[in-house]
Design a protein around this ligand. Structure first.
Ligand code: ATP
Length: 683
């Protein structure tokens, strides 16, 4: 009996413990169920709020698996449409505040909770870059359910209220074509698989519950939806390359370089396009500013306008400045006085040339004072040489006249007299400005920049490259040099080794020409055929690889005139004979005075013109006229290269450096043309 009573009591206790365990599990399941129900209601509601986007061409993927994860974590929505790819996570958070770039839920800082999604976006970018999608087209959006909150960027994600989400997405405009959307949708479906239904069997029988149909009120009226759809239409149109690249370009945009790198390639191979995307990518991916710079002072303005359309969200994180403007600003902020007087410096040079050049060994070697001005500016000051020994031993890469020790002594005498003259007058030239900036950065480093991208790097002096290198040093992905030695139009070349920069194993060559037609590429290549030049990588180069040129068009035309007057008189009718808008036409000359004459000729035949010096990349319906130097890096549908010296076309290239540089300049002018090229030759 004793033992029977005992076993009954044990069984009783066991059942009580079991029922308690059931209660605990049931409570847990109820809490979990509530969470899921809230999440599901929230997600469904948010999905409803986004529904107007379907009419605007968006495809919705709901409840997708977290890529590469076995957990049950889900991505609420992935939207793919004309504005790009949007990875959405919905949050039904009650008390949310955003302050100082952080997100708080009540007192709790939850900003770091978004890191996982940022990683998902990073992985998605990599997968879609294989198709050519530019990395900036993948966005992470945190939607706060039921809330009204304007889009607020937090690191690489954007937090937005449910009410504002659809308009925010559609305001990205029409960046992808239907065919591109289809391609991206297919790859995105593979990348974010469907969540496998979880089939936990439930050992319980319950009465079918009767649920009240308590769906929340709709968030939008018809007017709201119309407004959302209009937002997309109002977005600025973009160029094809702003959202979709060639896969090799998209890969290069994201490529990690463990130190300074160089992107090389002939005109029109998309180097600047990659540079711009890379600037935006680096600005998004890391703290600090990104500097995009170039020798041509108008180019950064144009690139900045392109960036504003391509990736408005990176905003002020990417800074565009000509290399002189950058040095000027740096010195100003640091309170270093520069008394820049280029005209007075020119007069001073003329005086020292009269005293030390004319009638001596230098004039015998080359009677052109400009050659010696370049020797001082590009060879000596462009490198910041400070002792005669340095100059005596210098290789003088790319200079056409070999100088013996006596000639070098004579140059050095002229140089020291010039420097003394500058100091006596208390003035600086442009080279001083760079050298001062370099010295200042050496003494007091600047840590504001995480990356520097130099476009048309072949045109910078050695000291300029050294100064820019000091901003980022050899940091991974810090310095990117973009350029083409074939387009080098300033004398006094140097090698990167001289500038203390090592790019071993980090040089990339681009070889597909996206800008010009095959006819234009072949025609322009003819001008520089056999041209040998020393590239900043140090090797003597001829033509940069075989270019693939997918586009074809009409053959370029050459018109020969007996005088500049006859040439200018014909220009008006050539311009009128071109189809399309005047804004698509660029008329390019070698010198400023040719520009002045050509502008006058066009104006007198009733054609509206604008000087390239004032051009800021905005579409205007006027013909752009300017020097080829100003047109560096730019492009026009139709290009008229005007007043071309007959010596530059048709004859064999000699070993004359000045002529070789002018031929390269002509080549640069010709390769600005996308579709048609006209070349006016006159003595
Ligand atoms: N993936 C692409 N798809 C379509 N067009 C492209 C693509 N990449 C570049 N382009 C076009 O080619 C043009 C030339 O590109 P970009 O200006 O980057 O060349 P570049 O190599 O810097 O030329 P340059 O050395 O002459 O300045 C661009 O303006 C753009 O119109």
């Amino acid at each position: 009996m004793g033992s029977a009573g005992q076993s009954a009591s044990t069984e009783g206790r066991r059942l009580i413990a079991l029922s308690r365990e059931h209660d605990r599990l049931a409570a847990e399941a109820r809490t979990a169920a509530e969470r899921w129900m809230i999440a599901s209601r929230t997600e469904r509601h948010v999905a409803g709020s986004l529904a107007p986007l379907a009419a605007a061409g968006y495809t919705f993927l709901h409840d997708r698996a977290w890529p590469g994860s076995r957990s049950r974590a889900q991505i609420d929505h992935v939207l793919i449409g004309p504005g790009g790819v949007f990875i959405l996570d919905t949050k039904a958070w009650a008390e949310v505040t955003i302050a100082g770039g952080r997100v708080f839920r009540g007192q709790l800082d939850v900003t770091d909770d978004f890191d996982g999604l940022a990683d998902v976006a990073y992985g998605t970018e990599a997968v879609l870059a294989e198709l050519g999608l530019a990395p900036g087209e993948v966005h992470v959006v945190i939607v706060l359910a039921g809330r009204d909150l304007r889009p607020t960027p937090i690191g690489t994600v954007t937090v937005v209220g449910e009410r504002n989400a659809a308009a925010f997405i559609h305001a990205h405009g029409f960046r992808l074509t239907e065919a591109q959307i289809d391609t991206v949708v297919r790859a995105t479906m593979d990348h974010f698989p469907v969540v496998a239904e979880c089939s936990q069997s439930v050992d319980a029988s319950v009465r079918e519950p009767v649920l009240a149909a308590a769906e929340p009120e709709p968030l939008f009226e018809v007017e709201d939806i119309t407004e959302i759809l209009l937002a997309g239409l109002r977005a600025e149109p973009i160029e094809a390359w702003m959202a979709f690249l060639h896969p090799s370009q998209a890969r290069l945009v994201r490529r990690e370089f463990n130190g300074p790198s160089r992107i090389r390639g002939a005109a029109g191979t998309g180097k600047t396009v990659v540079g711009l995307h890379r600037a935006a990518y680096l600005a998004r991916a890391r703290p600090g500013r990104v500097l995009v710079t170039s020798y041509v002072k108008t180019l950064p303005t144009v690139l900045s306008a392109l960036m504003a359309r391509m990736a408005p969200e990176v905003g002020r994180r990417v800074e565009f400045a000509g290399v002189h403007a950058f040095a000027n600003r740096l010195l100003k902020t640091r309170g270093i006085a520069v008394n820049l007087k280029p005209n007075e410096a020119d007069l001073l040079f003329k005086a020292v040339w009269r005293e030390f050049g004319i009638g001596g060994t230098l004039e015998q070697t080359d009677p052109d004072p400009d050659y010696w001005r370049d020797e001082l500016s590009k060879v000596i000051k462009g490198r910041g040489l400070s002792t005669f020994e340095q100059y005596a031993n210098l290789a003088r890469t790319g200079r056409r006249r070999a100088l013996g020790i006596d000639q070098r002594r004579a140059v050095w005498r002229m140089f020291t007299a010039y420097e003394k003259g500058l100091r006596a007058r208390g003035i600086h030239d442009f080279d001083d400005q760079i050298l001062l900036a370099e010295a200042s950065l050496r003494a007091t480093p600047c840590t504001d920049y995480s990356a520097v991208i130099i476009d048309e790097a072949q045109d910078l002096s050695c000291a300029m490259v050294r100064m820019l290198h000091l901003l980022v040093g050899d940091a991974p992905d810090g310095l990117t040099l973009i350029g083409d030695g074939q387009q080098s139009i300033y004398p006094g070349g140097f090698t990167l080794a001289e500038a203390g920069i090592n790019i071993a194993g980090r040089g990339v060559v681009m070889s597909t020409n996206y800008r010009n037609t095959r006819e234009i590429v072949e025609f322009a290549a003819h001008v520089i055929e056999g041209d040998q030049f020393t590239d900043i990588e140090g090797a003597i180069q001829t033509i940069d690889g075989i270019q693939e040129v997918p586009r074809t068009g009409p053959g370029p035309r050459t018109a020969r005139f007996s005088s500049p007057r006859a040439h200018d008189a014909a220009l008006g009718s050539v311009v009128r004979g071109l189809d399309g808008r005047w804004g698509d036409i660029g008329v390019l000359c070698a010198t400023n005075w040719q520009v002045r004459d050509v502008k006058a000729a066009l104006i007198s035949s009733g054609i509206a013109v604008m000087d390239l010096a004032e051009y800021a990349g905005l579409p205007t319906n006027v013909v752009k006229v300017g020097t080829i130097k100003r047109a560096k890096g730019l492009e026009f549908r139709h290009v008229l290269v005007a007043r071309v010296d007959p010596r530059l076309v048709g004859t064999e290239p000699g070993d004359d450096e000045a002529l070789a540089i002018r031929r390269r300049e002509l080549y640069v002018g010709m390769t600005r043309a996308r579709d048609t090229l006209w070349v006016g030759v006159c003595p």
